[in-house]
Design a protein around this ligand. Structure first.
Ligand code: 2YC
Length: 296
């Protein structure tokens, strides 16, 4: 007889396979279509629920103050280069990245040319930082220092962990259940462990969890997902598995930081979690990428 948790392992595994290879969920047009017009409202929600704005969260993710970032870099121009290789352009992706960067107070433009022409145009137009993404990597590169390449996965993990640190009142000495040990989960574990949290990681592929345990000091492994879930007040969902967190497992004081796409909460969960859930398709990741690329 297959147990519930075994059934779930199978379900989660199938979903991961169906949606794509693990952590690098490919956004769709509908994921990014409304970002630009909802940015102001989204930022108000972040201030209300997390306690800081998008800029404040991104600054916290890299251990700087907003003032440091803006004093040093307010005149920075950022180019976003559409990339046609692989599955090609996602309608709205470059434009959404541009609007998020402008919302943060920086000059940003999407290059008229794509690919190599776009890179040449970005340099000619004096961009200091460039953003570009193919199907496997989404990076921000500081082309004036030439030293910094920031990966979206790690930056997103740090940005969402910083938001959880702020929303929870501080992660020091707190236990966090981290779901997913890919680049996002790894970036998050490094930040949370570095801020004194005790991180317990579950991944449907055990060796990923074991690798994370080796990479980030203090991380411990959880083997049974549903046995662990009700034990934790602070959850970090860095998986592409949808609807794995159902309301039976959510307590009234549960807080969830969930960069994973699609969102891992069941529909029944959402009303319960309204102001204690952090989730978006690009905003926190792009903000953390930009601040990291500017300040190294
Ligand atoms: O429009 C374009 O330039 C496309 N080449 C962009 C493809 C992005 C593919 N990656 C993703 O959808 C997600 C990102 C949010 C971060 C990681 N995967």
């Amino acid at each position: 007889m297959t147990s519930v948790s075994e059934m779930n392992e199978i379900f989660v595994f199938i979903v991961v396979v169906l949606r794509g290879s693990g952590y690098m969920t490919r956004l769709r047009e509908e994921d990014v279509l409304y970002i630009a017009e909802s940015l102001k409202e989204y930022d108000k929600q972040l201030v209300k629920n997390v306690g800081k704005s998008l800029a404040g969260i991104a600054a916290h993710a890299i251990g700087r103050t907003e003032k440091e970032i803006y004093d040093l870099h307010h005149a920075t121009s950022v180019a976003i280069i559409p990339v046609t290789c692989g599955e090609g352009i996602i309608n709205g992706f470059s434009g959404s990245v541009q609007k998020i960067i402008e919302h943060l107070g920086f000059t940003a433009f999407v290059t008229g040319h794509k690919d190599v022409g776009g890179l040449a145009e970005a340099v000619k137009k004096g961009a200091k930082v460039i953003f570009l993404a193919d199907d496997d990597h989404f990076v921000a590169i500081n082309i004036s220092t030439g030293r910094v390449v920031v990966d979206n996965g790690e930056a997103t993990g740090k940005g969402y962990a910083a938001a959880l640190d702020l929303m929870s009142g501080g992660l020091r000495e707190r236990e966090v259940l981290l779901l997913g040990a890919g680049p996002v989960g790894t970036g998050a574990a490094a930040f949370m462990s570095g801020h004194g949290a005790r991180v317990f990681v579950y991944d449907v592929e055990l060796e990923k969890a074991e690798n994370l345990k080796k990479t980030v000091p203090g991380v411990q492994i959880v083997r049974d997902f549903y046995e662990a879930l009700p034990e934790y007040k602070l959850l970090f969902d860095a998986t592409p598995a949808p609807e794995i967190i159902v309301k039976e497992y959510v307590r009234e004081d549960t807080m969830i930081s969930a960069p994973g796409i699609p969102l891992g909460l069941s529909q029944g969960c959402l009303p319960l979690m309204a102001d204690r859930l952090i989730h978006d398709a690009l905003e926190i990741g792009v903000a953390a990428m930009l601040f990291e690329a500017l300040s190294n």
